[in-house]
Design a protein around this ligand. Structure first.
Ligand SMILES: [Zn+2]
Length: 292
């Protein structure tokens, strides 16, 4: 472990394994089944997805429904395997036997600009960051006022390294400022809360996928892979909590990484533990515009 890290280890198998309810996946077709599963296929997808190693979590950076997000992805020739509604419905855009276009360029673990070929992409309907005006009005990353969203104030862990203007575009940035937010950034912002139903759906889904696809070894955020241009799924989604109830998850390391300006989690098992646990470990770590 690099010097300067404050880390502690948590044995995460104290909770009973999360059930995945009536969710199931047909491994031959890659089609998800369940009462709250909807099929609406993305037009853009690639060749066969073989032995996915990563679940990549995104947010849509939009106010709308999963249906609207899939339409928006189709307009931009990108895609995701699954899109989670705020109500907990799971929309499938791409069969899990096919490559979806959700990750773009980046690097993480041994992967370099090839994450789409090795991952399942899960989008979560969520607005992402918002800012509070002097009149206590919330403004989203498009510069639109939001009165109907529960939010939580938290800095993004990469806030200091990220240029918000570049991330959301000059026009949107100017709109936010014009609404009365003084120098908006990602250190002083609020994030749309992920509703309980949606988080439960994500838990069930991840639990199912890591169980049915033994090749999956990691669950990461888009911002783990492309930290210089992506902020999703953001700090309101506690990935490390998600991991703590994963079946077969045994170790989670929480680290305070000074280079990244704050809290992060990692799925790497330290060498001295590698042989102590038999199973895989899970580490914590697009739609809308480029931030999703
Ligand atoms: Zn993303």
């Amino acid at each position: 472990m690099p010097a300067g890290y404050q880390a502690h280890l948590m044995i995460a198998d104290i909770q009973p394994p999360m059930s995945f309810g009536d969710l199931e996946v047909d491994l031959r077709s890659g089609i998800l089944k369940g009462i709250k599963v909807r099929q609406m296929h993305c037009v853009s997808f690639g060749r066969r997805l073989m032995n996915p190693g990563v679940l990549m979590i995104h947010f849509t950076a939009g106010p709308g429904t999963a249906r609207r997000s899939i339409e928006a992805m189709n307009d931009r020739h990108v895609s995701a395997h699954l899109v989670l509604d705020r109500e907990g419905a799971i929309w499938q855009g791409v069969p899990l036997t096919r490559i979806a276009y959700h990750a773009g360029k980046g690097a993480w673990g041994g992967y370099q600009n090839n994450m789409n070929d090795h991952s399942i992409g899960i989008e979560i309907c969520n607005l992402g960051p918002m800012w509070r005006t002097k009149q206590q009005q919330l403004v989203d990353s498009y510069g639109l006022e939001r009165t109907d969203r529960a939010s939580i104030a938290m800095p993004h862990r990469n806030a200091r390294a990220l240029d918000l203007k570049k991330l959301i575009g000059e026009a949107a940035y100017k709109k936010i400022v014009d609404k009365g937010v003084e120098s908006p950034d990602l250190a002083n912002c609020e994030w749309e809360v992920f509703p309980e139903e949606q988080q439960r759906a994500l838990q069930r889904l991840c639990s199912l996928l890591v169980t049915r696809y033994p090749s999956i070894r990691s669950i990461i955020g888009h911002d783990d892979y492309a930290p210089d241009r992506k902020i999703d799924p953001g700090p309101a989604l506690r990935l490390e909590k998600l991991l703590s109830w994963m079946p077969q998850a045994r170790t989670i390391i929480y680290q305070d990484d000074p280079r990244r300006g704050g809290y992060m989690t990692t799925m790497d098992t330290p060498d001295y533990l590698r042989n102590s646990f038999t199973s895989r470990t899970f580490a914590a770590g697009n739609i809308g515009r480029d931030i999703g």
